[in-house]
Every structure is written in C-alpha cells, then in structure tokens.
Ligand binder design. Structure first.
Ligand SMILES: Nc1nc2c([nH]c(=O)n2[C@H]2C[C@H](O)[C@@H](COP(=O)(O)OP(=O)(O)OP(=O)(O)O)O2)c(=O)[nH]1
Length: 141
C-alpha cells in the first residue's frame, strides 16, 4: 500500500527554507524533513498540508504551487516495507511564532544548497533537488 504524504517547502524572503528534525521516537526518527504529514481520505493535498502545518508548527500559511513528488520505500522493523509517495508544495513564509507540537524536536532555516543530503530523509532528496533547480531558473528570479 502506498501512503500519500504532503510536505511544505516553506520559503523565507532571504531564500532560506525550513527543515525540521523528526523526533527520535517517531517513524523515521532523527531524519530532517520538510514538515507535513499523511493526506486523510477526504482531504485535498492542500487542505491536508494546511492542517498539518497548524498541527505540527502551530502556523497558518497559504499553501502555494505544487513543486514535485517522489516515492520511497522504508524498511519496517518487523520486516516488509512502507512505501511513501511524497508531494511537495511551495509555501511562502508569513512571519509568526513557531511552536513544535507534533513529531519534531528541532527546526532551522537553511539555504537549500547547504542542506546535507545525508541528514535529510531519503524521500525528500528529489524535492530538495527540484527546489534548488527552481530557485536557480531565470524565470524565478
Ligand atoms: N511529514 C513528512 N513525512 C515524511 C517526509 N519525508 C518522509 O519520508 N516522510 C515520511 C515519514 C513518515 O513515515 C511519513 C509521514 O508520517 P507523519 O508521521 O509525518 O504523518 P502524520 O503526522 O499524518 O502521522 P500520524 O502520526 O498522524 O500517523 O512520511 C517529509 O518531508 N515530511
């Protein structure tokens, strides 16, 4: 079964993007990722993402354009694997307090090209690559 997950690439005016670290006790604990979560059956991806951002960071943001998707299989401890289909959306940052109230223990703002791939959840790699390409494309300047 494929689990559909949405993630936000929250972009600040200075070009930095928000990444958050999954709590050690959470699934895929310790990885840095773009905040978000699973899409419930009755939700649009955008509604799911707005809800997850409120639940996980206590922020209210406008969900912007779709960026890219990826698929990744994580091994399960008891055997087998879990297949994640991750859909990334750009979200312009609107300044407000951030409170981590979900599955993360830290967050930070990073220039996308300085994010270390070996600390980023594997499913997020294609999203980061797509973000860097988009920010470098002349039409986005
Ligand atoms: N939120 C999020 N999850 C990601 C990313 N990359 C990635 O591999 N994942 C994985 C981790 C989890 O196995 C799964 C999403 O689970 P989650 O725990 O964030 O979703 P949720 O809040 O809806 O979960 P739940 O505790 O309510 O069941 O997708 C990402 O960038 N953001």
């Amino acid at each position: 079964m494929i689990i559909n997950v949405v993630a936000a690439l929250i972009l600040r005016n200075d070009g930095r993007v928000l990444i958050a670290r999954r709590h050690p006790d959470a699934a895929q604990g310790g990885w840095w990722e773009f905040p978000g979560g699973k899409i419930e059956p009755t939700e649009s991806p955008e509604a799911a993402l707005a809800r997850e951002l409120e639940e996980e960071l206590s922020v209210q943001l406008r969900v912007g354009p779709y960026l890219a998707s990826s698929e990744h299989r994580y091994p399960l401890t008891g055997g087998g694997e879990k297949c994640i289909r991750l859909h990334g959306y750009l979200c312009p940052w609107e300044a407000q307090p951030i409170n981590l109230t979900g599955s993360h223990d830290r967050y930070c703002w990073r220039a996308p090209e300085t994010i270390r791939m070996d600390t980023l959840a594997p499913a997020d790699h294609p999203l980061l690559t797509a973000l860097i390409a988009r920010l470098q494309s002349p039409s986005q300047r």
